[in-house]
Design a protein around this ligand. Sequence first.
Ligand SMILES: *Cc1c(COP(=O)(O)O)cnc(C)c1O
Length: 385
Amino acid sequence: MNSKYKFETKTIHAGISPDPTTGAIMTPIYQTSTFVQSAPGDHKGYEYSRTQNPTRTPLQKNIAALENAKHGLVFASGMAATDAIIKLLMPGDEVICTNDLYGGTYRIFTKIFENYGLKFHFIKMENVQDVLKYITPKTKMLWIETPTNPMLNVVDIAGAALIAKKHQLKLVVDNTFASPYLQNPMNLGADMVLHSVTKYMGGHSDVVMGAIALNDDETAERLAFIQNSCGAVPGPMDCFLVLRGIKTLHLRMQRHCENGRAIAEFLASHPKVNKVFWPGFPSHPNHDIAKSQMRDFGGMMSFTLKDDCIENAKKLLSATKLFSLAESLGGVESLIGHPASMTHASIPRTEREKAGVSDSLIRLSVGIENIHDLIDDLNFALKIC
Ligand SMILES: *Cc1c(COP(=O)(O)O)cnc(C)c1O
């Protein structure tokens, strides 16, 4: 059923059918670790919930459908999904990645996987051809985030896919910031799409989860093997919550985009604001690429103040009432954050500054509240900073 329907129908229906035993329209929470067999090996497709669970299966199918992929797998967190993908590699293999990566991704690459003989190159990819300089016979994977966190840089996915194909690299796209509503990397030639489902897909700040979508049967089988062997699976209750959250993904994203645009424009015209990083502005260095690969520009943005000092940034961060000071993003409520001391604190200052994450950079995840209330909140906070 997946390819027949449009996105807004797939969020609600793809992979989901009424419960066969009762007709329940909502997928039940199969809160069970094991499944009774009528004779040894004679079961209904489920044996043990680490391997498979009937609340998890529809969610995996649904996410695959939203990314126009054949296979979907969900994990206990975005980081667990990242962990599984990197376990496809062998000691000695090299990965080329975007330099302003999510802090946790940078941390697992450098602090965990470098210990196992893998090598990671962190480079600017605003011009994707820059990747070519780092490709060696050991390079096996290209890892990109677009838009990036927190600088909202945009990487040309189709361009990266051409390079990956030519050099037989796997192209992984962390699509967390865009969500499958705004961007489908598989359509542009990616091999794997990764999500922190915790963010827009779950959408209600009540679940931590990760997902991978892909087409290749052999890699999907290997990832399912890793999922089952390493065991970082989400529980059935969390799968239920995400199935429910995804049903409104398209509606939420529309409002995130509308509110995002209004806030970006408000900030850009405010006398105390220096620079606003948001891919929807024609002045954004990769605006044209963003326009060609994204349906809209989303509700994530960062900005700096004209009076560019950390004390000033801190005043603003503590003064907003609707924008809550917290890590994470993509929920219905608006959040404000300070990458240098929060999400990106695990990246050394020199690396951080190379990527443009200055001490006064402020990041917003614009929620779906009333836009006038949100602007009033920022306006008030900007007055006292
Ligand atoms: C949050 C996030 C992750 C990690 O996901 P968790 O669900 O927190 O483990 C990875 N990539 C990006 C872009 C993120 O924002």
